[in-house]
Design a protein around this ligand. Structure first.
Ligand code: PHE
Length: 371
């Protein structure tokens, strides 16, 4: 008996070792440990034995069962591991395949508007420049003719770093994109024609102000540049951006330390009935009945002290500059009303207001084409 059973166990373990598929292992399990399996049948014989015989036989049969069960488990795991290895070796991702027809992500309205700006200004011969978001106070303030006592320098408006940077300059998060004017003039010299979109930071937070927002700077430096060039450029740009040829600009005297003269630019709008009350629709003479003016951006002729700071001869070169809020442009064009939602990362908002990733804005296809 004993040797016959031992032989059968050895034979089972042997066949398990040779099994090449989970189905073979399962067949061996049923044959030995299944309800009708031979080990299970042996277990059943224990009931009919005398207590003495049972005491001797029970551990022996249990032992056989345990050894076979352990061997089955072991072989199963080994086969599963081999199968996984084979799968990993065979599977690969082909990144050159075309993307799915329904792309999962969307382009954020801020990115979309920045692409639109680049497209419009590229057509006017502008390049796209950038500068660091971590700036020093010389580029952000001093070189832009902002006095040590200028209120914008105050701690409660500007995020300063605790440590000073190179040349002992105070480091800060840039409060506007205007320092890119200085960097571009110093690096490239005159003449120049550029826009500089990017993030800016101010210690400010409510429904219309977030501590981080986006601006786009514009700068043109050449011989004989005057306010007329500024007005034509802004008018051409805004008409292309809002896709309205009846857009009217109003230039209002203003003050910025880095421009002289400085002008605030308003655009005319008409009050029209919307589903939830009157809405402002851009276009038309703001002084006409039922119309008004909306302040849009700051600009002016580059102050000669700024040109001097950046190493450009103000007796040879003149220029104009402008700066405007990209988020605000996006809100006006695409009808969002809460700036904070721009930076919440809420997927529902992104899917609703986002743009198709393959719908690159182009002058020929329409600057604001929605995909
Ligand atoms: N830097 C100004 C601001 O942040 C905008 C501006 C840029 C005004 C260029 C004039 C010229 O408000």
């Amino acid at each position: 008996m004993t040797t016959e059973h031992d032989q059968r166990v050895a034979d089972t373990l042997d066949r398990l070792r040779q099994a090449q598929a989970p189905a073979q292992v399962e067949a061996i399990r049923i044959e030995a440990l299944g309800k009708q399996g031979w080990v299970s049948q042996l277990m059943k014989t224990l009931g009919a034995m005398t207590p003495e015989a049972r005491q001797a036989e029970a551990p022996r049969i249990q032992g056989m069962r345990t050894r076979i069960a352990a061997a089955i488990e072991e072989r199963k795991e080994a086969l599963e591991a081999e199968a996984l290895e084979r799968r990993l070796a065979a599977e690969h991702l082909d990144l050159t395949l075309p993307a799915p027809e329904q792309p999962l992500g969307t382009v954020h309205p801020v990115s979309q508007v920045m692409d639109e700006l680049a497209e419009i200004f590229a057509d006017l011969g502008f390049t796209v420049a950038s500068g660091p978001e971590i700036e020093d106070d010389w580029h952000n303030f001093t070189a832009l003719n902002m006095a040590e006592t200028h209120p914008a320098r105050a701690m409660h408006d500007t995020f300063y770093f605790p440590d000073t940077g190179p040349r002992g300059r105070r480091m800060l998060l840039r409060t506007h994109t205007s320092p890119v004017q200085i960097r571009a003039m110093m690096e490239q010299g005159a003449p120049l024609r550029l826009i500089a979109p990017g993030r800016v930071y101010r210690s400010d937070s409510d429904a219309t102000h977030t501590p981080m927002f986006h601006q786009v700077e514009g700068l043109v430096i050449d011989r004989g540049i005057h306010l007329g060039h500024l007005k034509w450029t802004l008018e051409t740009f805004l008409r292309a951006f809002f896709e309205r040829n009846d857009l009217v600009l109003r230039l209002r005297p203003s003050y910025f330390p880095f421009t002289e003269p400085s002008v605030e630019v308003d655009v005319g709008f008409a009050l029209e009935d919307g589903p939830r009350g009157p809405v402002r629709v851009l276009g038309g003479d703001g002084d006409a009945p039922g119309h008004g003016w909306m302040e849009l951006l700051g600009s002016g002729m580059v102050n000669r002290r700024v040109l001097e700071s950046a190493g450009v001869d103000p007796d040879v070169y003149q220029g104009f500059a402008f700066g405007l809020g990209v988020d605000r442009l996006a809100m006006l064009k695409y009808g969002m009303d809460d700036l904070r939602a721009f930076f919440d990362g809420d997927l529902r908002w992104l899917r609703h207001y986002g743009f198709g990733p393959f719908a690159q804005p182009s002058l020929s296809a329409g600057i604001g084409a929605r995909a």
